[in-house]
Design a protein. Structure first.
Length: 114
């Protein structure tokens, strides 16, 4: 049984910062990809950022220069540091971990007020 748990969401004013964390526990093998997705009301879930076992990263164009993804392999944890937040960043943020399967968290709400 694998559990993926996000934390760190909340309400912040535009221009503010938040740091999301996500930890995997249970029978998870070597995690190749750790990623953050988000889904705003009425929109499809989209990739925000991903970090691979090699350490390379990938970001959505809309968050480049504002968000930073990092991982701690020893803790099976991934972080998303978000600065200069905008109202359009408001969404439920989901963590995904991949070994041989994709494991998803329940999501954490991020709300950016204007």
């Amino acid at each position: 049984q694998v559990q993926v748990m996000e934390s760190g969401g909340g309400l912040v004013q535009a221009g503010g910062s938040l740091r999301l964390s996500c930890a995997a526990s249970g029978s998870i093998w070597s995690i190749s990809t750790m990623a953050w997705y988000r889904q705003a009301p009425g929109k499809q879930r989209e990739l925000v950022a991903a970090v691979y076992r090699s350490g390379s990263t990938n970001y959505a164009d809309s968050v480049k220069g504002r968000f930073t993804i990092s991982r701690d392999n020893a803790k099976n944890t991934v972080y998303l540091q978000m600065i200069s937040l905008k109202p359009e960043d408001t969404a439920v943020y989901y963590c995904m971990m991949t070994d041989f399967r994709n494991y998803w968290g329940q999501g954490t709400q991020v709300t950016v007020s204007s």
